[in-house]
Design a binder for this molecule. Structure first.
Ligand SMILES: Cc1ncc(COP(=O)(O)O)c(C=O)c1O
Length: 382
């Protein structure tokens, strides 16, 4: 599914030097390497501020809390994501309200959100938290319009979307991370831009949100041992700052290679006669697509397949790694039964949970390996 050693081998000398520099300076928590990474990351994303922290989950909480989201407020998000898109809303003291996805992109569906805002619970909503799932931006033009009309904050879950881009109605291409009031990135080792452990980052164009995020990531301290608010310990460590700085220099090249891999899958599936048009699979495979005018970061290449579980078993038996993101939607998780949702509440999400299959995709994946994947799927389908 993913071979991180192929990325590590050519970089190993440079990474060891970066790690060794942290040992020499003994700056283990925040420090110069984290600051330098924050500056370089902000420049690359063309956003005013980047605030490093200890995970994508903490970045989501920090983004919400520093945007003033808290108790008594409601945040709309998607049930088709990793758990922390919702749990971070609860962690901030707010209430999550879920809306279904657009089946063509798997992202939060703006008309479903608008219906919620017009409903009885709409009045308490203060923010929308769309997820750029699998590396494709949520429909930002629609969410920006909704937010403007109703005075809502927009928080991006950009955990999977380093390198994604959305073209706004003025024709400007804006990077994920610079679209909303604040955004959260994860640098978990499997992500497009990855640390050697847990790490995350908040980005924002707001001086105020950035300042609050820096304060909240260090126990609410602006001055040492003066606690203005109850924050948390969610600092990025020096090793991760140093490693991420090295990888940031290569990320654009890796993103290009991800595009090449995605294009190759597309061509191979079409050549094998397996690609089926439409939203749902009946006899073939529904391929992922890039929304016109946007740039997909291809964190995952997720197909919809009939008899998905049998296909997955078939591929596993041939040594081909796949993954299901996500087998159990958020509204059906045991831990979140208190939200009061039940099976059938989000039909598109529940259908996707039964049909999606993520195929191997990473910059170093070879063409012959992709041919093997597609040939095995063809064998299964026949
Ligand atoms: C969409 C999404 N949001 C949030 C997170 C949380 O990031 P982390 O694992 O760094 O806490 C992840 C990572 O798995 C994710 O995929």
């Amino acid at each position: 599914m993913l071979d991180l050693k192929r990325q590590y081998r050519p970089l190993h000398k440079e990474l060891l030097e970066a790690v060794s520099h942290v040992l020499e300076t003994q700056q283990f928590i925040l420090g110069d390497e984290v600051s330098a990474f924050e500056q370089a990351a902000a420049a690359q994303l063309r956003v005013a501020h980047a605030v490093g922290c200890s995970s994508g989950t903490d970045a989501l909480w920090l983004a919400l809390a520093s945007s003033g989201i808290g108790p008594g407020q409601t945040v709309v998000t998607t049930p088709f994501s990793f758990f922390s898109s919702t749990s971070s809303i609860l962690r901030a003291g707010a209430r999550p309200l879920l809306a279904d996805i657009d089946p063509s992109t798997f992202n939060l569906n703006p008309p479903a959100v608008e219906a919620l805002l017009n409903g009885p619970q709409g009045a308490s909503v203060r923010a929308i938290l769309p997820v750029h799932l699998f590396g494709q931006c949520a429909d930002w033009t629609s969410f920006a319009r909704l937010a403007k009309e109703r005075g809502l904050k927009l928080i991006e879950d950009a955990a999977q979307a380093w390198g994604a881009q959305w073209t706004n109605p003025d024709g400007q291409a804006v990077r994920a991370g610079a679209l909303g009031d604040a955004a959260a990135f994860s640098f978990y080792p499997t992500k497009n831009l990855s640390a050697a452990g847990d790490a995350g980052m908040v980005t924002t164009n707001s001086d105020e949100i950035a300042e609050r995020a820096r304060m909240l990531r260090q126990h609410g301290m602006r001055r040492r041992y003066h606690h203005d608010e109850i924050g948390w310990n969610t600092r990025m460590d020096g090793f991760q700052g140093a490693i991420l700085q090295v990888k940031l220099k290569y990320i654009d090249g890796w993103l290009q290679l991800r595009r090449t891999v995605a294009k190759r899958y597309h061509a191979l599936f079409h050549a094998a006669g397996l690609a089926e048009s439409g939203l749902y699979p009946s006899h073939g495979i529904v391929l992922p697509h890039e929304v016109t005018g946007s740039r997909h970061a291809w964190h995952q290449y997720v197909i919809r397949a009939p008899r998905r579980d049998a296909l997955r078993d078939f591929l596993t038996a041939r040594g081909i790694g796949t993954a299901i993101y996500y087998p159990i939607p958020i509204h059906l998780q045991d831990a979140l039964q208190g939200l009061g949702y039940k099976p059938g509440d989000f039909p598109e999400t529940e259908r996707a949970a039964h049909e999606v299959l993520a195929l191997p995709i990473f910059p170093e994946l070879r063409e012959d390996e992709q041919q093997t994947v597609v040939a095995a799927i063809a064998e299964f389908m026949s």
